[in-house]
Design a protein around this ligand. Structure first.
Ligand code: GDP
Ligand code: MG
Length: 440
C-alpha cells in the first residue's frame, strides 16, 4: 500500500499532457498483450493507433503513474468497444420471436440452443427449439437431448422420413410455434468445419424462410485470429445481428471478441463458458477487457489507487506542502478532514513518520475543533493567510472576539507553525519538489 502511495505522490507535481515517450512505451506493452490474446494484427494496429491518439490528449493524472494511466485508457476503450452498444435480445412485437444460430461446426451452436432455452425459460418465456441441422446423423438427437435437459420442447423432422429439408422444417416449426403459443423459437443450423458456399446458401435459405428477429453468430473463442475471416464470411453470406462467444472456459485470452467486434461492428450478447447448460451468461465487457489485456491485477491496482486518492485535495495539499505555504485556513480544513477521516487524514496517516502528526490531529475532539474553528474565524483573512503577522495585540483581539483565552490563541498559532514545518519536511522527503526544504 505505501509503495503505491509513494509512487502516486511522486507524480503529484507532474503537469500537462502525457508525454509521447510514456505513451509509446506503454503502447508497446499493450500491443504485445493484444497479440498474445490472439487479436488479429490489423485490429491491433487500428486499436493502438486510436489509443495513442486518445492518450496524447489526456491530462496527466494526479493519482496514477503514466503507464497506469495509459492502461486505464486502453481498458476504458476496450470496455467501450466490447460493450458500448450492448443490448438485450431483440424480441418481436408479435410473437414468436425467432432466433437463428449460425456458425462453424463445433462452434457450440447446439449446446448454446439448450443454454439459451433454459435462460429464456427462467425469464418467463416459452421457447421452442428447432432442429435444422439435418446434415449430421445425430445432430437432431443432440438437440433433443439438450432440449430435454433444459426442459423445453424440440421441434424435429419425424424419423423415417429420410433426410428432411431444413428450410421446410424451419417453416413448419414457426407455424407450430404460432399454433402452440411458443413465444421464442431458437433455430439450430448446420455448420461445416470451414466456411463453404453450400453452407452459406442453406443458412441464407433458412434465414429467408424464418425471417429471424435475431441471427446470432456463434464463435469459438479458441479460434483466435481466424475469428476475423470466419466472421466476415458469415456477415457477407448470412448476415448476423449479434455474437455469442463460446468455450471461454478454455485458456483463450479472448482476442476473438475484440476482432469480431471491430470487424463486424455487431455486439456480443452472450458468453458460454462450459459444457453444462448453466455455463452461460450475458456478456460482461469489463471481464472480457481485463482478460484480453491479461492485466487484471494492474486494473485492480489502478482502481484502488484512484479511490485512495482524492485528486483535488491532494493537488491542493501538495502545492501548499511543497512551498511551506500552508495557511491557517488549510490547517483548519485538514483538521476537519481528519475528523471525517477524509482523504487527507488517510493520506497523512499512511505516510511513514507521520505518526506524530496523526496523533496531534486525531487528538482534536469535536468541542475542541469548534473552538479552533472559532479562533480561526476570528482572524482577518490576512492573518489566516500569513499567521506570522499575528502579534501580541492581535492575539488579544482574536481571543476577545472569539471568546477564548489568549493562551488558547497562542496554543493554536504555535501548533500551526509546528505542523507546517513538519509537513514541509515530509513533502521534501517524498519528492513533492518545490521549496519544501527536504533532502530530496
Ligand atoms: P455445434 O456444432 O456448433 O452445434 O457445436 P456443439 O454445440 O455440438 O459443440 C461442440 C462441442 O463443444 C461439444 O463437445 C460441446 O460440448 C462443446 N462446447 C460447446 N460450448 C462449450 C463451452 O462453452 N465450453 C466448452 N468447454 N465446451 C463447449
Ligand atoms: Mg450442432
Amino acid at each position: 500500500l505505501s509503495d503505491r502511495l509513494t509512487a502516486a505522490l511522486q507524480t503529484l507535481t507532474r503537469k500537462g499532457r502525457l508525454s509521447d515517450a510514456d505513451i509509446d512505451a506503454t503502447a508497446r506493452e499493450i500491443r504485445i498483450a493484444l497479440l498474445e490474446a490472439d487479436v488479429a494484427l490489423g485490429v491491433v494496429k487500428t486499436f493502438i493507433a486510436r489509443i495513442k491518439e486518445r492518450a496524447k490528449g489526456a491530462e496527466v493524472s494526479q493519482a496514477l503513474n503514466p503507464a497506469q494511466q495509459v492502461v486505464k485508457i486502453v481498458n476504458e476503450e476496450l470496455v467501450g468497444i466490447l460493450g458500448g452498444e450492448t443490448r438485450r435480445l431483440n424480441l418481436a412485437k408479435t410473437p414468436p420471436t425467432v432466433i437463428m444460430l449460425a456458425g462453424l461446426q463445433g462452434a457450440g451452436k447446439t449446446t448454446l440452443a439448450g443454454k439459451l432455452a433454459m435462460w429464456l425459460k427462467k425469464q418467463g418465456h416459452a421457447p421452442l427449439l428447432v432442429a435444422c441441422d439435418l446434415q449430421r446423423p445425430n445432430a437432431v438427437t443432440q438437440l433433443q437431448v439438450v432440449g430435454e435437459r433444459a426442459g423445453v420442447t424440440t421441434f424435429a423432422p419425424e424419423p423415417g422420413n429420410g433426410v428432411g429439408d431444413p428450410v421446410d422444417v424451419a417453416r413448419r416449426a414457426i407455424a407450430e410455434a404460432k399454433h402452440a403459443q411458443y413465444d421464442v423459437v431458437v433455430v439450430d443450423t448446420a455448420g461445416r468445419l470451414g466456411v463453404d458456399e453450400e453452407l452459406m446458401k442453406q443458412a441464407a435459405d433458412i434465414r429467408d424462410a424464418v425471417q429471424p428477429d435475431e441471427t446470432l453468430f456463434v464463435v469459438d473463442a479458441m479460434i483466435g485470429q481466424d475469428a476475423v475471416t470466419t466472421a466476415e464470411a458469415f456477415r457477407d453470406g448470412v448476415g448476423f445481428t449479434g455474437v455469442v462467444l463460446t468455450k471461454l472456459d478454455g485458456d483463450a485470452r479472448g482476442g476473438a471478441a475484440l476482432s469480431v467486434r471491430e470487424v463486424t461492428g455487431q455486439p456480443i450478447l452472450f458468453a458460454s463458458n462450459g459444457e453444462k447448460l448453466e455455463d452461460f451468461d450475458t456478456f460482461h465487457p469489463d471481464r472480457m477487457a481485463s482478460r484480453i489485456l491479461g492485466m487484471g491485477d494492474m486494473l485492480t491496482l489502478i482502481e484502488q489507487a484512484e479511490q485512495a486518492f482524492d485528486q483535488d485535495q491532494a493537488e491542493k495539499a501538495a502545492a501548499k506542502l511543497s512551498s511551506g505555504q500552508l495557511t491557517l485556513e488549510d490547517f483548519l480544513e485538514q483538521m476537519l478532514a481528519v475528523r471525517k477521516m477524509g482523504p487527507i487524514g488517510n493520506l497523512l496517516g499512511m505516510l511513514p513518520g507521520a505518526g506524530q502528526m496523526k496523533d496531534q490531529l486525531a487528538q482534536v475532539d469535536d468541542k475542541h475543533l469548534d473552538k479552533l474553528q472559532a479562533i480561526i474565524r476570528g482572524m482577518t483573512p490576512a492573518e489566516r493567510d500569513d499567521p506570522k503577522m499575528i502579534n501580541g495585540s492581535r492575539r488579544l483581539r482574536i481571543a476577545n472576539g472569539s471568546g477564548v483565552s489568549v493562551r488558547e490563541v497562542n496554543d493554536l498559532v504555535n501548533r500551526f507553525f509546528e505542523a507546517r514545518k513538519m509537513m514541509a519536511q515530509m513533502a521534501g522527503r517524498f519528492g513533492f519538489g518545490g521549496g519544501g526544504g527536504g533532502s530530496k
